[in-house]
Design a protein around this ligand. Sequence first.
Ligand SMILES: Cc1cc2nc3c(=O)[nH]c(=O)nc-3n(C[C@H](O)[C@H](O)[C@H](O)COP(=O)(O)O)c2cc1C
Length: 327
Amino acid sequence: MIKTRFTEMFGIKHPIVQGGMQWVGRAELVAAVAEAGGLGFITALTQPSPEHLTREIARCRERTDRPFGVNLTFLPSISPPPYAEYRQAIIESGVPVVETAGANPAEHVAEFRDRGVKVIHKATSVRHARKAELLGVDAVSIDGFECAGHPGEDDVAGLVLIPAAAEQLRIPVIASGGIADARGPVAALALGAEAVNMGTRFLCTVESPIHDAIKHRIVANGECDTELIFRTFGNTARVARNAISRRVIEIERAGGTFADVRDLVSGQRGRRVYENGDGDIGIWTAGQVQGLIRDVPTVAELIERIVREAVALVGERLTSIAGNGAP
Ligand SMILES: Cc1cc2nc3c(=O)[nH]c(=O)nc-3n(C[C@H](O)[C@H](O)[C@H](O)COP(=O)(O)O)c2cc1C
């Protein structure tokens, strides 16, 4: 058992979070994480409307009576989704916690908290994490530069970012990015975090609702098989390296604009990757941690293994290195 302020605050058994994942954070995966004692998040914007989100939450409740939450990601968009309506659907569904990400969540935090929904904000810098703390969020998830998805523009890896954040915040910090096995949580706890968040590792589990060919591609991939797209647009995304990501980078290097890559990077192409298993048809998200992923376990096997090995790592390896405590 690893107990932290985070496990106490959210009423979960293990300090392990499955963060929001577009097209992937659905009831089956989230319920499996909850049943295994972690905290999973349904991804709101994977659902085409707030009504669909309400139904997805109900589907998850049919599978577990343990706590789970909803991720609400604020993306730069010409025609933004109806965020206030998604927020309302989340509040009315009675889920105990929301994970906000992307832009500043200021507009939403007070209402969530007033209505009894705890807020975890995902940030990629200490200054944004501090702002979120001032807004009154309950915990902050910090994504280091190695993470899948949007690492921000500061390029600070977790080994520095996590302790820097833990030093400056009073609320619990969740270490995110680059974690796949027991070594991650043990290191994260040593760095001052009180939980870990994983994306790519959960993408590669039996319950993850994506094509097996993509799971096997993640297992085959190494730590160098990611690419940073959208750097030139100031909205960097770390994605799996493939034919499309290479093409996007070429266009960016040649001075192209978003309009020049819009079709290549469309969400619908990305969705087809997961549905059809063709990893070169669109952009799909994965982190450097692919280099540490070697199998496709069930969520229960994964979480049980991480906790068991973390306890052993502290009790055996670290204890023997530290000797009897004598200098
Ligand atoms: C397939 C995929 C989709 C993701 N989509 C989202 C998203 O919609 N919103 C969000 O806040 N984070 C998203 N993320 C980021 C994860 O929640 C998490 O922060 C990140 O994966 C941590 O890095 P790791 O993959 O190294 O564990 C996504 C990650 C993956 C792998």
